[in-house]
Design a protein around this ligand. Structure first.
Ligand code: AHR
Length: 499
């Protein structure tokens, strides 16, 4: 019997936020220097931006880019990176020298070139609430006070008008410089929020939710406390997840995006409880921003930090399928997940990889680019009937807790609907078997030509490299459909988009 996917345009989950297709640029390894920015390189423009990287970033169409960290931000003093005199500093998060040659204004120039929304993180570690306020003033106030005038002196007469600001990074993690407990973080974040909003009332604030899922941590306690304490001031809670396949078990690994969905549902319950108690007037509820997610487990040790190199994961097809699983999961939870940022953009756990002579697109580039370019509109609650499997107990990623997943469907599906057009995204987790599937419309008929895109490769360990593109998106023959049913066979270990 064929597997079945039923699509009903009346069964809706929520609007897909365009901000689901974000990325992240941290001052780490070769993400900024040698990644997006390499002054003096024959591949760079007059300002120092790598033109080949820029073209690839534009294909990826990131809708929002987070900056400048990450762990880096917790000892970052933004004034070091603006104006004609730059102050070099010891960079303690990743043990480097930070020249501060690249800073706020260079990043803002880049966001304009790639037409993306900037998303800044303030230093809630070693920084003060006053320093955060000064940065908002520098970026968002037109003229008059000292820091607005300083920006003008630096050659930027118009304000940058940055809407999205996060109140620190991973403040629940013992590794974070200036790490706080949930009560102390909430107090500091609330006061920073007060000053930042007094300076620029329309900004949106993101609280640093849980990132520490080690067995000894209590991420639910952290999230419940900060949501309770900050519910009147924040617009989003940020969550982070990194998964991996350290024991080389394909089926366990392919189930890891479901952990993200389980955590989403837990936090959604906490948000609902606080919204019920809060007096938020007409304001939107708090949403979830998965503002760091990716596969990251190979390049985690000190040996992975060599010279200027750090966290340089080389991705394969199974990693790309996990990314497709994350993106499907965000779309399936579109009512509450309103932002997501793949960590990061270039070289550091990233979809784009460079050397001095050029670049290549990693496997994970392709599912992200497909979603960013095609998946919009209303997320639909699809019915899926297919074979399933159970995992044994395994570590979600390095330094993470363990999980067991039951009834993992071989077909991982999301669907969206906009202006009469359905986009169906299907990841076939099966390593060896193609799955023939009846796709049934419960409302109206399919009609016309459907475009079909597939990300696949010869085997799940296939990788791309300089001059070698083994895993990529292939446009298949159009599917013609008329009536309530179409049948499609999803190849083994593949991601397919039918539009
Ligand atoms: O993205 C790499 C690092 O992962 C970030 O700096 C930090 O926020 C997280 O632990």
């Amino acid at each position: 019997q064929n597997a079945r996917i039923k699509i009903d345009t009346d069964r809706t989950i929520g609007e897909v936020s365009p901000l689901l297709y974000g990325n992240f640029v941290e001052h780490l390894g070769r993400c900024v220097y040698g990644g997006i920015y390499e002054p003096g390189s024959p591949l760079s423009d007059d300002q120092g931006f790598r033109k080949d990287v820029l073209a690839a970033v534009k294909e990826l169409r990131p809708t929002i880019v987070r900056y400048p960290g990450g762990n880096f931000v917790s000892n970052y003093h933004w004034l070091d990176g603006v104006g004609p005199e730059r102050t070099p500093r010891m960079e303690l998060a990743w043990s480097r020298l930070e020249t501060n040659q690249f800073g706020t204004n260079e990043f803002m120039d880049y966001t304009k070139m790639i037409n993306t929304e900037p998303y800044f993180s303030v230093n809630m570690g070693t920084g003060t609430i006053e320093e955060a306020q000064h940065w908002v003033e520098y970026c968002n106030v037109k003229e008059g006070p000292y820091f607005a005038e300083l920006r003008k002196k630096h050659g930027y007469p118009d304000p940058h008008n940055i809407t999205y600001w996060s109140l620190g990074n991973e403040m629940d993690g013992f590794w974070q410089m200036g790490h706080l407990n949930a009560e102390d973080y909430s107090k500091k974040a609330r006061e920073a929020a007060k000053l930042m909003k007094l300076t620029s009332p329309n900004i949106k604030l993101i609280a640093a939710g849980s990132s520490n899922y080690r067995p000894e941590a209590d991420p639910n306690e952290w999230n419940a406390t900060i949501l309770h304490e900050l519910r009147d001031v924040v617009d989003y809670i940020a969550l982070h997840i990194y998964v991996g396949n350290p024991s080389d078990n394909y089926y366990n690994f392919l189930s890891t995006p479901l952990v993200m969905e389980q955590r989403t549902k837990l936090v959604k319950g906490m948000i609902d409880r606080e919204m019920d108690r809060a007096q938020r007037g007409d304001r939107d509820p708090i949403y979830i921003a998965w503002d760091e997610y990716n596969v990251w487990y190979r390049a985690r040790t000190d040996e992975s930090m060599q010279g200027t190199r750090a966290l340089e994961e080389h991705y394969n097809l199974e990693d790309a399928l996990v990314i497709a699983g994350f993106l499907n999961g965000f779309v399936r939870n579109a009512d509450v997940v309103k932002m997501a940022n793949m960590a990061q953009l270039v070289n550091v756990i990233a979809p784009i990889f460079t050397n001095e002579q050029g670049m290549f697109k990693q496997t994970i580039f392709y599912p992200l680019a497909l979603f960013a370019n095609h998946v919009r509109g209303t997320s639909l609650d699809v019915f899926v009937d297919c074979d399933t499997y159970d995992t044994n107990e395994f570590f979600i990623g390095l330094g993470e807790s363990t999980t067991t997943q039951t009834d993992v469907p071989y077909l991982d599906v999301s669907a969206t609907y906009q202006d009469g057009e359905v986009v169906l995204c299907v990841m076939n987790r099966h390593k060896d078997k193609a799955i023939t599937t009846d796709i049934l419309s419960q409302q109206g008929n399919f009609s016309g030509n459907f475009e079909v895109y597939e990300v696949n490769g010869p085997d799940v360990k296939a990788q791309n490299d300089f001059g070698k593109e083994t895993v990529k998106t292939v446009k298949k023959d159009n599917l013609k459909a008329k009536g309530q049913k179409m049948t499609y066979t999803f190849p083994a270990h593949s991601f397919t988009m039918i539009k």
